[in-house]
Design a protein around this ligand. Sequence first.
Ligand SMILES: Nc1ncnc2c1ncn2[C@@H]1O[C@H](COP(=O)(O)OP(=O)(O)O)[C@@H](O)[C@H]1O
Ligand SMILES: [Mg+2]
Length: 261
Amino acid sequence: MAKKPIVEVDGLAKSFTHKGRAEQVLADISLRVEQGEIVSLLGQSGCGKSTLLNLIGGFTVPDKGTIHVGGEPVRRPRISCQMLFQDYGLLPWRTVRANVDLGLLSLQLNASERQERIRRYLALVGLEDKGDWFPHQLSGGMKQRVALARALALQPSVLLMDEPFAALDTFNRYYLQDELLRIQEAEGTTVILVTHDIDEAVYLSDKVLIMEANPGRICKELAIPFMKPRDRGDGNFQHYRKLILEAFRLTGVLPAEEYSI
Ligand SMILES: Nc1ncnc2c1ncn2[C@@H]1O[C@H](COP(=O)(O)OP(=O)(O)O)[C@@H](O)[C@H]1O
Ligand SMILES: [Mg+2]
């Protein structure tokens, strides 16, 4: 793992106005993500995770504070920072290949370079033989793999993932988590992952940023240094899981007997 921060967020604040009243959604958010890391934003629904991810992606502007990606201030969405959503965002009338091609239109590539990119990234996600299929012919897990290929084909330095596996069943979710680890290692992409799933955060992350709500803040940062792939059943895994559960109890978010947030 490299040691250079690729994402730097300092003193970020964001409010939204609803029916004439300003609601502070994020307050005083600062964080660092190093190159090649997987960092999770973990917190209950409504604590501002998606808002923070949208700010880092340049889809929204902050009221206060600064965001730098790769040393550059973020002012608008950029190709080097790609977002992956829970609902896949595929165009149903385009084939798998044409969906992956969509993002590539914005790059200065000739036709054969584009075809090669599509081939390479469909192969990377294990869908090289599904290029002519349409989204409705694919399972949820396959659709998310197409979305991943489409994002990675742009060769971003940072991948922002907003609860990307939340709509999948447990088996598909576990499978895609392993796929993400394999692909992330192969490509060296930095990943910021929004999740409300404690196990997912422990399984994937080098660092977990635990958020609390009203206004959304990072209340604890937990490094998870042990080797990947991780065994969900072993003591190390349970240790970090317990630390996270305790953090939520301490902040009053999680009733003592509950194991999911
Ligand atoms: N565009 C918007 N306009 C007004 N309020 C918003 C907007 N986006 C998010 N919010 C509010 O900000 C809060 C945090 O939302 P969000 O970032 O989606 O939380 P999370 O992803 O953690 O569930 C919520 O109360 C939500 O209603
Ligand atoms: Mg959200």
